[in-house]
Design a protein around this ligand. Structure first.
Ligand SMILES: [Zn+2]
Length: 340
């Protein structure tokens, strides 16, 4: 301890506070059982535990020599004089919402297998719908997906969006282009069907799914502008070089794989073949896609192309970590929401 530090110690009885006895006593267990009731009752304790662990430290220099002149004031680092609050450098800083509401939102976000809509979250935690939407978007922007690929990976694609042909509404008819002269009464229905098909495919969001063959982890990438063979090829070559073998379906999007030096296992779904000659199947990612379609239809109804990647990240984050216990997931997400 430097001379300057010891002066501060003598002047202030609260110097070098530790968190153990004051804030974390109710959570003595290293892996506490967490549910909505414990969060509502012990939000401050849980927040302190997640933020600081057992020892408060300076977020700037990492020093544990921290003092606080008075209760309710900022913490001060004795080494670098940094002044900070418990929420400094986190996504919760400068919001008017209570920590309990934030923690409840995170808990609900993590535990609902299909996610939660802003309308539903607003009812559950008692905030307005725009506030709930903002909270969910803040959580989504903090997410980071780690895809740990081994040497075998699966690629597949899916398109999210409504099928316009089934029950065209009046609104959809308004989007039709002017009818060309060569379309008469007898060919009008065929022309309309074709236009709906074209508009629907423009409206759909193409998504590329990458999965590890040996684990649950997946990554979904939205391609809002160009979804072509070359786009897929450069994306895979740039981001997933560690993989040596790819399992795909028969789509033309993957015809380049063997030529680029990878081993290619094809499951030709068009011929009813779901296992390649070498015994590989792409069922794992098909399962994730079918869950994603239910999330799209059942919870969000739709999301715009602009925000698609945030929603896809949310889906992957939940899918990849679903087998971990809730405290571990809460801690993992909380750490992503603390920026330093
Ligand atoms: Zn410091």
């Amino acid at each position: 301890m430097s001379k300057q530090d010891s002066n501060k110690t003598q002047n202030n009885p609260q110097i070098y506070q530790t968190m153990d006895s004051t804030k974390c006593s109710k959570l003595a267990d290293s892996n506490p059982k967490i549910n909505l009731i414990t969060i509502a009752e012990n939000a401050t304790e849980i927040f302190y535990r997640l933020r600081w662990g057992s020892q408060i430290y300076c977020p700037k220099c990492g020093s544990i020599h921290i003092y606080k002149p008075e209760a309710g004031k900022l913490h001060i680092c004795a080494d670098c004089d940094n002044r900070f609050s418990d929420t400094s450098g986190t996504a919760f800083h400068s919001t008017k919402l209570s920590l309990a509401k934030w923690l409840m939102a995170i808990y609900i976000f993590l535990t609902q297998s299909k996610g939660v809509s802003s309308c539903n979250l607003s009812r559950l935690i008692g905030v307005s719908q725009p506030t709930a939407w903002n909270m969910l978007m803040i959580i989504r922007t903090c997410l980071k997906i780690d895809l740990n690929l081994t040497d075998v990976g699966i690629i597949d694609e899916v398109y999210l969006g409504a099928d316009w042909g089934k029950k065209p509404s009046k609104e959809k008819y308004k989007k039709l282009p002017p009818k060309p002269d060569n379309v008469d009464d007898s060919t009008e229905q065929i022309w309309i069907k074709h236009q709906f098909y074209r508009l629907a495919s423009e409206d759909k969001i193409p998504i590329l799914g990458i999965s590890d063959y040996n684990s649950r982890s997946i990554m979904l990438e939205g391609f809002p502008s160009t979804f072509t063979r070359n786009a897929v090829r450069s994306h895979i070559n740039a981001n997933y070089e560690c993989v040596e073998e790819w399992v795909t379906d028969q789509s033309n999007l993957y015809k380049w794989i063997t030529g680029d030096g990878y081993m290619h296992h094809v499951c030709d779904h068009s011929k009813g073949i779901y296992r390649s000659d070498e015994g590989y199947s792409s069922n794992r990612i098909e399962g994730a896609f079918s869950h994603l379609k239910r999330v799209w239809k059942g919870v969000y109804h739709r999301f715009s192309k602009e925000y698609a990647q945030l929603y896809l990240n949310e889906f992957c984050y939940r899918w990849n970590g679903f087998e971990d216990d809730i405290y571990k997931r809460l801690k993992g997400l909380f750490e992503l929401m603390c920026w330093r």
